[in-house]
Design a protein around this ligand. Structure first.
Ligand code: ZN
Length: 223
């Protein structure tokens, strides 16, 4: 596929992803953001402060994730640094979604790490969901804390803010958002039922490794 064709295809994918974010109630209005890795240097990301319903392919911003510099007159999302750092440090990740989804935000407000309480959570997200310590949005500190909380996982909570979900493609990142929301809801409710009971952490880790291997490479693309 031609480079320009590939870029237009990804721009379109991000627009559809933005509409899906709102439809699935993962964000409201202009909150949140989505990006996709294009190649070894660039990512495409949603612009800053624009409502998802009005976006056109030209509004999606091309950013060099090594230098954090963007191309063109449109400003990328204010959380672009977080996306850049994820692509710099997580070679297999090709899509990043930042959400303000309700149940994950509730757990993030309580600063509670979610233990591995459901099989699908352990498989798709990893052996726990950590909470990155509070820091002001769009700062170096929040990027550092969030990327560190995300280590070995496909999702992390951002204290008093929301969540970040990653995947090897955009579809996988959306599945991570859904599984995260379900796990956070189950965690909140199980705590009210006398306390959430965790799966053995080692087994949870193993389940995640098996999932990653089972759906890797070609097998994943054909999924
Ligand atoms: Zn946010």
């Amino acid at each position: 596929m031609e480079k320009s064709e590939e870029l237009s295809r990804i721009r379109q994918q991000i627009i559809e992803g933005g509409l899906r974010l709102v439809k699935e109630r993962l964000v409201a209005r202009t909150w949140g953001n989505i990006s996709i890795r294009v190649d070894e240097t660039h990512m495409l990301i949603t612009p800053s402060g624009r409502s998802y319903e009005d976006l056109t392919p030209e509004d999606i911003v091309l950013v060099n994730y090594h230098t954090s510099k963007h191309e063109g007159p449109i400003k990328p999302s204010s959380e672009k640094e977080l996306h850049c750092e994820i692509y710099r440090t997580r070679k297999k990740i090709h899509a990043v979604i930042h959400t303000h989804q309700m149940n994950a935000s509730t757990v993030a407000a309580a600063h509670r790490e979610v233990p591995p309480i459901l099989d699908d959570m352990a498989q798709i997200i990893g052996p726990s969901v950590r909470v990155a310590e509070y820091a002001l949005p769009s700062t170096k500190k929040i990027t550092k804390k969030t990327v560190s909380a995300l280590k070995g996982r496909n999702a992390a909570l951002m204290a008093n803010h929301g969540a970040v979900c990653v995947g090897r493609d955009l579809e996988e990142a959306f599945v991570v958002c859904q599984v995260l929301e379900k796990a956070c809801k189950a965690f909140i409710e199980a705590e009210f039922l006398g306390g959430a009971k965790s799966i053995n952490k080692f087994e949870a880790h193993l389940m995640h490794q098996i999932y990653i291997r089972k759906y890797s490479g070609e097998a994943h693309k054909n999924k």
